[in-house]
Design a protein around this ligand. Structure first.
Ligand code: ZN
Ligand code: ZN
Ligand code: FE
Length: 765
């Protein structure tokens, strides 16, 4: 601000007591109606000057009496349009000029891009009203949008965010659209995707063989859905597969064709009234559903709802979202009120995003294809959230949130975090912003790998940032690790659970040593074994492994992850002197696995907390095999019926070579005993949760005594278990700890890349 003082001290050219100020505004200020807002503000105050998009935000010059300028500057912050977000304003006094009006200038393309692209935004109320108004010229036009809503991130190719930079560049506006686009007082002023039926994108309905179907595409697609057909829909960030969620046969058909046995489907419901018929909805959950981000919210099911049972089997929650595009709104115009709306992909692959790809890859799955001709530059899945302990928490942070930045405590070097293997995301740090990517998927499949490369390139291009350092997981076999090592940029390997802890610290803007309780599925340890139930003490600079779960054998390594019965056998083999005979063993090749365990062949040691859940679920005969990660653990939590028992099983805290071991062998022995006495799995699950919570409280107390620290950070995928999370959080807070949790960033591996990048930046100094 030295410039202000210097400038003020010299005599400035002044016109009749007026002064002129130059404001450089940074943040989410493009594509969100910011310029018309400023225009109206300036014109309303009788000020002259201009506003212009630049590659680093917007530049405003305003001229008038000082008092009016002050009120202009105040209103700039206090009356901001709903989607705009100001990060910084640089202000200085400059020479007055002779001029008569306030104008909106053309954009300038600069070299240094610091502005922020907004995320894709759900249909706004004004556009919804027009969409359903027979008198409006956009009546039933499925691509209606304005400066307050519509696609952004998924259609932008470069900056500044102007029409030629978007996938709308091939559509030339008709005179009426053009008029709106250039009228600063219009809601569509510089709305880049502005279009109408005359000039904009259009729909096309094809049958399963790719032949066009006659009639109105939406009406015909709805008719097919009503008949129980599966329709592939091109949406905002990619394709969905839609099917009537009340039609059990149709939903089962979708499961069969998609090869998805049990993992719950998300649904889209017509409106809040429908949601309330099927689910319990708190005020906070309602706010999340109707927010401009319009995520999937995991809601508690009502017992009475008449949805097809196979939509979300064995789950007391249902993933629900509201229609967020005009096309969705039109689909619910008839008698359909709930549709399964699942990403069109194969298990754990990224969402399909283009017409050709959909036709070639979804043949045999979809009965029809509802396509459009507005290209999607970057695919983006739906976000998944849950409201727990007073906050909306991200499980999958994607559409609606990405690429809005996570604000960090301080600025520093440009660093890229490449994430892990499952639920991959990448994070680019630039300035004081962490730019986290959308959900990319399971890196083991080739499509996800291609998406990963695209997203990395796109983020770097969009934010004009080349990393000085690429950070990856320590696991040498991870595809993200191998990719990092192939780049011509220095790399750093970071331990998985250290990254989890730092992701939690960064999100909470905490920069001090903390007791980290990291409960996770799988993470490569510094000793070559698999970690996942850790108490790490430290911060961004490094951690000490204060405690961990006692190691247990994983017979068959990775295979055991999808076959929890093998895990259960491993835990029994380690915990019990004599192998008991339990129902879960029936029909299993026990001998073969025992031989592996005896000979210690193909057996990996793990302190994973996720695997402990899986093993206990298998012991209780809840799930011997699973079809998706977390299935057994969810079944075990489900069995507890929302109750944490009063009485813990036995466990032991033992110090070994300077590290505490949380030993659950005594618990395994007790569970075997109670199983043989016919105690219900629901009681076992309740006591199991109590045991873990008590043990974690014990070990945290030890850590606190040993270090004098009283801040605890909770991270790792196991914290998606709401029973464990809420109870532990509550009890730790009651005990006087300050507890840091995840909300904006997933606690699962989707948050890993943030922690990696922040650690990398620290190492660069
Ligand atoms: Zn709108
Ligand atoms: Zn038009
Ligand atoms: Fe993890």
């Amino acid at each position: 601000m030295a410039g202000v003082a210097r400038k003020k001290s010299v005599a400035l050219l002044s016109i009749q007591g007026e002064t002129r100020r130059r404001l450089l505004v940074n943040g989410i200020v493009q594509g969100v109606g910011f310029r018309p807002f400023v225009y109206r503000l300036a014109v309303g105050q009788g000020l002259t000057g201009f506003i212009r998009n630049t590659a680093s935000g917007v530049a405003i010059e305003v001229q008038g009496r000082a008092a009016l300028l002050d009120s202009f500057c105040g209103a700039l912050q206090s009356e901001l349009p709903p989607l705009a977000r100001i990060e910084t304003i640089e202000e200085r006094v400059i020479d007055c000029v002779a001029e008569e009006s306030f104008v909106i200038g053309d954009s300038t393309a600069g070299s240094e891009v610091e502005t922020l692209i907004p995320p894709d935004i759900a249909l706004c109320d004004d556009c919804r009203r027009e969409l359903l108004d027979p008198a409006n010229r956009r009546f039933r036009y499925p691509f209606i949008n304005c400066t307050n809503c519509g696609p952004r991130y998924t259609i932008v190719g470069r900056l500044p965010y102007d029409r030629p930079s978007t996938s709308m560049h091939s559509f030339t506006m008709c005179p009426e659209c053009e008029r709106e686009y250039h009228n600063p007082l219009d809601r569509r002023f510089h709305a880049q995707p502005n279009a109408c039926a005359v000039c904009g994108p259009s729909l096309l309905l094809l049958d399963s063989a790719g032949k066009p179907l006659a009639g109105d595409a939406v009406v015909e697609a709805v008719a097919l859905l009503e008949k129980g057909m599966i329709v592939a829909l091109k949406g905002l960030g990619g394709f969905h597969l839609a099917v009537d969620a009340r039609n059990e046969a149709a939903v089962q058909q979708l499961r069969e064709r998609k090869g998805r046995e049990a993992k719950p489907f998300a649904v889209m419901m017509r409106d809040l009234a429908v949601v309330k018929r099927f689910c319990e909805v708190s005020d906070d959950e309602r706010d999340a559903l109707i927010s401009p981000e319009a995520p999937v919210v995991l809601l508690k099911k009502r017992k009475s709802g008449a949805l097809a049972p196979s939509v979300a089997p064995d789950n007391d929650r249902l993933g629900v979202m509201l229609p967020y595009t005009p096309l969705h709104t039109l689909l619910f115009d008839g008698c359909l009120d709930v549709l399964v709306m699942t990403s069109a992909n194969f298990s754990e692959e990224p969402i399909v995003n283009e017409n050709d790809e959909a036709l070639s890859r979804l043949t045999g799955i979809a009965d029809a294809f509802l396509l459009h001709n507005r290209p999607i530059y970057l695919k983006c899945d739906d976000s998944v959230t849950i409201h727990l302990a007073g906050k909306l928490r991200q499980i999958r942070r994607s559409r609606g949130y990405v690429p809005a930045p996570i604000s960090l405590c301080k600025a520093g070097a440009v660093v890229l975090g490449t994430g892990g293997e499952l639920k991959n995301t990448v994070t680019l740090l630039k300035g004081a912003h962490a730019l986290m990517s959308q959900h990319i998927g399971d890196m083991k499949n080739f499509e996800a790998y291609r998406h990963f490369e695209q997203v990395v390139a796109h983020l770097q291009h969009l934010f004009q940032a080349t990393p000085e350092l690429i950070v990856h997981d320590l696991h040498p076999a991870y595809i993200t690790t191998q990719w990092a090592e192939r780049q011509q940029i220095p790399t750093l390997g970071v331990q998985h659970h250290h990254a989890h802890l730092v992701a939690c610290l960064a999100e909470n803007r905490v920069d001090e040593p903390t007791i980290g309780l990291i409960l996770d599925g799988t993470g490569y340890g510094t000793d070559g074994t698999i970690w996942g139930g850790e108490v790490l003490i430290g911060d961004v600079a490094g951690v000490e492994r204060f405690a961990s779960l006692e190691s247990m054998p994983l017979p068959g390594g990775d295979v055991a992850v999808m076959q929890p019965w093998r895990l259960a056998l491993g835990y029994l083999h380690r915990s019990c002197a004599n192998l008991p005979d339990l129902p879960f063993m029936q029909g299993r090749n026990i001998e073969q696995v025992l031989e592996l365990l005896d000979k210690r062949v193909n057996v990996v040691e793990t302190s994973s907390c996720g695997r402990l859940f899986d093993a206990v679920a298998a012991l209780c005969n809840l799930r011997g095999d699973i079809t998706y990660e977390g299935e057994a653990a969810i079944a075990l939590m489900h069995a507890a019926g929302g109750i944490v028992g009063d009485k813990a099983f036995r466990y032991e805290l033992r110090e070994e070579n300077g590290r505490w071991m949380m030993c659950f062998s005594p618990m395994i022995q007790e569970i075997v005993a109670v199983l043989q006495h016919g105690i219900s799995t629901s009681e076992i699950s309740q006591r199991f949760h109590r045991t873990l919570i008590t043990c974690f409280r014990d070990i945290i107390e030890k850590a606190s005594k040993a270090t004098g620290l009283s801040t605890v950070a909770l991270s790792g995928g196991v914290f998606q278990n709401e029973l464990l999370f809420i109870t532990l959080l509550h009890e730790l807070q009651q005990a006087g700890y300050r507890v840091l949790t995840h909300a904006h960033v997933p606690s699962n591996d989707g948050g890993l890349s943030l922690g990696q990048a922040v650690i990398g930046r620290h190492v660069l100094g």
